[in-house]
Design a protein. Structure first.
Lengths: 391, 100
């Protein structure tokens, strides 16, 4: 049998997804100004029901996905979380719960363990309750997080603590690491927020200064040495905002390459930020996941190198950074086909340099943060509609 | 950050809590799964790790595999070298050090 070379090449070019991010809900008790959910999250309030999620899990697993993140919003809001974990675990997924810890109780920690949950990642906003309240909009959340981190550890789970860093908490980095150490974390992610969704909206108020970054990185290294010296096995991952880099990140390991997000309403996305791009995404309630992954325009759009600007096509890094992040290209240049402006060779790299120059002058202003909540989401959508109407 | 280790034939290992060995049909290989990550294993690595059960000592594992592959003359060294690496990577726990 003679196969058509172009077709067979295409079939081999796309490997199955390895990661499924199940965003169970956009509802959340916290209001973090750096949330990665879309600004217009209130527009997508119809959540998949339990059976629909079971179907998504079965399809994704059959395709080869093996790492599964339950996220949101706050996934603990879903009463069927235990049932979903149980089904996922039986299918052979490695199940990660990515949570703020709000809504967690010691009983629920045990129930989730019984359902087969493999790992819980809890996020912390700050090292002290006062700042945590300013950042997350909840007075009780911080104390509950600490209690639940202890319960998670006591139940025998491996525990990763995650802190999103920004201008207002990054100087606390030493206290944050000390707190994670005290809570018994196995690993700590100290990740500066990347500027998408609400974090893009609040970028000016969130971006740390270069001096803050250098201090935080040095402090992290000092802690690494101190932990190693006393034989404490707690890894520290420090991530700088990519605006400060010269080469763009290999976003999601390449568009439609290993990662698939299913949003609360069933929209299927190549990453959880992609919803803000000016393109249509298929829905798991209408189209089989397999067809979406292999056949849809949305997932094929930025695969390979054909779509790339000439600059990227001719660059030796095209198979390493894949032209950078599509969402970032769109947010900064208005063109989702452009080279990621983080790249030093991008014709738009000056945009980043200007932002960094302005950033050094920005005031340190917590009050400027716009909280991520339904009221602000609706206000922003109305403001956008108004703007379009005026044009 | 883990210290370099050397396994003795008496050591008894099990997978670290929260780490899982699994055959993945889509990848056609064994994988190690852990919080938010995965490592694909070579056929040899998969074979060795399948023997790590919290019961067999390193010496037992070598004997089991030697029986299966009598012609592999560097097998004992290969097994120790791989288990050292696996332990350095944080995949394994020493059985006696486990609580509960």
């Amino acid at each position: 049998m003679v196969s058509h070379p172009a077709v067979s090449q295409n079939v081999h070019a796309t490997s199955p997804p390895l990661w499924l991010l199940a965003e169970l809900t956009y509802r959340c008790p916290l209001q973090c100004a750096y949330c990665s959910n879309p600004l217009a999250f209130t527009r997508h309030q119809n959540e998949l029901d339990t059976e629909a999620w079971f179907d998504v899990l079965r399809q994704a697993r059959a395709m080869g996905a093996v790492q599964l993140g339950f996220s949101g919003g706050e996934p603990l809001i879903r009463k069927d979380l235990e049932a979903l974990v149980s089904e996922a675990r039986q299918l052979g997924f490695y199940t990660n719960l990515i949570t703020s810890g709000v809504g967690l109780t010691a009983q629920r920690v045990d129930a989730l363990a019984e359902a087969g949950l493999d790992h819980i990642q809890i996020s912390l906003q700050a090292a002290d309750p006062e700042l945590a309240q300013v950042l997350a909009g909840s007075a009780k959340a911080h104390a509950n997080k600490l209690a639940m981190a202890k319960a998670v550890k006591a139940a025998g789970y491996p525990m990763v603590l995650n802190v999103v860093l920004h201008r207002h908490n990054i100087d606390q980095i030493g206290d944050l690491i000390a707190l994670c150490d005290e809570l018994g974390a196995d690993a700590v992610e100290l990740a500066n927020c990347q500027y998408y969704g609400w974090a893009f909206l609040n970028r000016q108020a969130l971006m740390p200064t270069r001096e803050q970054l250098l201090y935080a990185e040095a402090e992290t290294n000092r802690w690494r040495e101190a932990l190693a010296a006393r034989g404490r096995d707690m890894s520290l991952l420090f991530v700088v905002p990519d605006y400060f880099e010269q080469t763009p990140k290999a976003c999601m390991g390449g568009w439609g390459s290993i990662f698939m997000t299913v949003a609360p309403d069933g929209a299927v996305l190549p990453c959880h930020s992609a919803r803000d791009l000016p393109m249509a995404f298929p829905n798991a309630q209408e189209t089989p996941l397999k067809d979406i992954w292999y056949q849809s325009d949305a997932f094929n759009r930025f695969r390979g190198t054909q779509w790339m600007p000439t600059l990227c096509q001719q660059c030796d890094n095209r198979d390493k950074d894949y032209g950078g992040c599509r969402c970032q290209a769109y947010l900064l240049t208005g063109d989702m086909n452009a080279t990621d402006p983080v790249c030093q060779y991008s014709p738009d790299h000056g945009l980043i340099q200007n932002l960094l120059a302005e950033n050094a002058q920005n005031p340190h202003d917590q009050d400027a943060l716009i909280p991520r909540n339904a009221r602000q989401s609706k206000r922003l959508q109305a403001a956008t509609a108004e703007l379009i109407h005026r044009q | 950050m883990s210290q370099q280790v050397t396994s003795s034939h008496q050591d008894v290992y099990q997978l670290r809590r929260g780490w899982r060995l699994q055959w993945e049909a889509a990848q056609e290989c064994h994988v190690i799964l852990y919080p938010e990550g995965m490592v694909k294993l070579s056929a040899t690595a998969g074979e060795i790790l399948q023997q790590v059960d919290g019961q067999q000592s390193v010496g037992d594992i070598i004997a089991t595999l030697q029986q299966r592959y009598p012609d592999a003359d560097t097998l004992a060294d290969d097994v120790v070298q791989f288990l050292d690496e696996a332990r350095t990577n944080g995949w394994l726990a020493v059985k006696e050090a486990q609580h509960g």
